[in-house]
Design a binder for this molecule. Structure first.
Ligand SMILES: [Zn+2]
Length: 140
């Protein structure tokens, strides 16, 4: 069982930002060869990450889902937009600790949902409130 919500590196199976950029260029170039118009732009407006089925993502301006990462800018593999300003919840670790007791399909979080609400949902489902990461109240 994976004990965190996946970020861009794991989702795209890369280890470094340079590897992510190389993969992004490969995918965009493939689309260009098929005749898709790609204009690489940067959108610095804040994008709020949410957890969807065990992955940190957000919606690109083009509508595609984009993998988010706390360490580097996000890149849309559909339209080429670079997003350097992805916002994660301040209590991301606590959100993850509450989500990882669930199966992947239940690992969902939207901005505004509190850790307490996630933990109460877990208990209602017969799950532990959270994954104990170095102690029950490690995130408090
Ligand atoms: Zn896009």
């Amino acid at each position: 069982m994976v004990l965190n919500i996946l970020q861009s590196a794991a989702i795209h199976r890369v280890k470094t930002e340079l590897q992510l950029i190389a993969k992004w260029h490969r995918i965009l170039n493939k689309a260009k060869r098929r005749g898709v118009q790609i204009v690489i732009t940067t959108d610095s407006t804040p994008k709020r990450a949410f957890a969807s089925m065990g992955q940190w993502v957000f919606r690109s301006n083009c509508g595609a889902g984009v993998a988010a990462d706390t360490r580097w800018a996000a890149r849309c593999f559909a339209c080429g937009t670079i997003y350097p300003n992805v916002v994660f919840p301040a209590d991301r670790q606590a959100v993850e600790d509450a989500l990882v007791v669930r199966a992947d399909r239940g690992r969902n979080w939207r901005p505004g949902v509190t850790v307490t609400e996630l933990e109460e949902e877990n208990v209602k489902r017969g799950l532990p409130p959270r994954n104990a990461r170095g102690g029950v109240n490690a995130h408090l």
